[in-house]
Each structure stands twice: as structure tokens, then as C-alpha cells.
Unconditional design. Structure first.
Length: 216
């Protein structure tokens, strides 16, 4: 598995019409033929993204690194459970979320670690925070400091949301998931996703009084 996570394929698998193979095509190639080039490309496509998601959720580099490793191990060991009629990405995130929950349990954490960890680097590949969803123009240094402080407060506010609401906010606003994809990841109806999202936004906007920051 370590080779799968780090290796590079000389031949990029192609789909129909010589276009790059889709995620689903790659996973099915691995399931049917144990195509190592296909599995390696899937890992390459999603490793950084899944690490960013798990790092934010777990608040710890070591835990996130281990969870990424076990996520892809689960993906390829449980490939026979993948529904070929569905998309790969929500299935991947569902596995990653389960690995995060397991990691929290193993470390005896009963709530998510603060999102504002000391020494957090800007080059970790994180997606934009909620505050960064607002229109951005060139700003004066003082404005940049204000936005940085605002983002810190947003992260703290998100970390204090009930877990069900926090999961939705993280997936939709930080990871860019659609409502339907989020519903598949969390295995709940899309209406539940929307209601949890609305409830979370209400709590966040009550805290900051700037609803426009949280609108998609």
C-alpha cells in the first residue's frame, strides 16, 4: 500500500476517446483487473484533498496522515462494495469521515479539536474558509489583519457547532461538495442536509451578524 500511495505511473490510464479516465473508471479497473496504475492515479488525484479535510477535522498532522493512509487502504480493500451506478468522490469522503471518527475515538477525543491550531501553515492545501467566500478586492494591510482575525473566529465558531451541523458546513463550504454529494456522504436525505446547513448558518450569522459571508 505504501507503494500505491507514493508511486507514479508512467502511463496515465485513459478513458473513451483518449480522454483521462474518470474516477469511477479507474476504480472499476482496479476492482476488475487489480490495475495498479489506476489505483495510483486515484490516490494521486485525491491524496492532498483528503489530507486537507482530515487535517481540519482532526486538528492534528499525525492523526490526519494516519487517517489518510487507512482511508485509501479501506477504499481498495472494500472496492467490491462500490456501487458502479454512483460517483466515487462521495464514497471516498464517506470512508474518510468514518476513518476520522475512528481516529477520534482511538485518541479518546469526544469533540473535534479546535480548527485554529498553533503553527498551522498556509501551505497545507486547505480550501477557503467561510469568511473567504465573500467578494475579495485589494485590501489595505489593516483590512487583511481584520480578515485574518475574522477567519480565526469563523473557524472557532464552526468547531463549536453540533457535529451533525459541522459535518455539513465542512463538506459544503470547505470541501466544495454539493447538497446531493453531502447527503450521500452522510447517508441522510438531501432535505436533512439543507436543514442542518440552514441551522448552522443561522447560528454562525447570529454570532457574526454578517449573513452575506455564509451564502454560497
Amino acid at each position: 500500500m505504501s507503494g500505491m500511495l507514493q508511486g507514479k505511473s508512467e502511463n496515465t490510464p485513459k478513458g473513451p476517446n483518449s480522454l483521462p479516465a474518470t474516477d469511477e473508471e479507474l476504480l472499476l479497473r482496479y476492482r476488475e483487473d487489480r490495475d495498479q496504475a489506476a489505483s495510483t492515479l486515484l490516490v494521486k488525484r485525491y491524496h492532498s484533498e483528503i489530507y486537507s479535510y482530515l487535517r481540519r477535522r482532526l486538528g492534528n498532522d499525525a492523526l490526519a496522515t494516519d487517517a489518510v493512509q487507512t482511508t485509501f487502504i479501506q477504499v481498495f480493500s472494500k472496492v467490491h462494495l462500490f456501487d458502479a451506478e454512483k460517483k466515487f468522490k462521495p464514497w471516498l469522503y464517506a470512508i474518510a469521515l468514518n476513518q476520522a471518527i475512528d481516529a477520534q475515538r482511538r485518541s479518546k477525543r469526544h469533540r473535534m479539536v479546535s480548527l485554529d491550531q498553533p503553527g498551522r501553515r498556509k501551505d497545507e492545501g486547505d480550501s477557503a474558509s467561510l469568511a473567504e467566500l465573500s467578494p475579495s478586492d485589494e485590501r489595505e494591510p489593516s483590512d487583511v489583519m481584520d480578515m485574518s482575525e475574522q477567519r480565526r473566529h469563523v473557524r472557532q465558531a464552526v468547531s463549536r457547532l453540533p457535529e451533525a451541523q459541522r459535518n455539513v458546513i465542512e463538506l459544503i463550504y470547505y470541501q466544495g461538495m454539493k447538497y446531493q454529494e453531502t447527503a450521500e456522504i452522510l447517508d441522510v436525505p438531501i432535505g436533512t442536509v439543507k436543514s442542518r446547513c440552514n441551522a448552522a448558518i443561522t447560528k454562525l450569522t447570529e454570532a457574526f451578524g454578517r449573513m452575506e459571508l455564509f451564502r454560497k
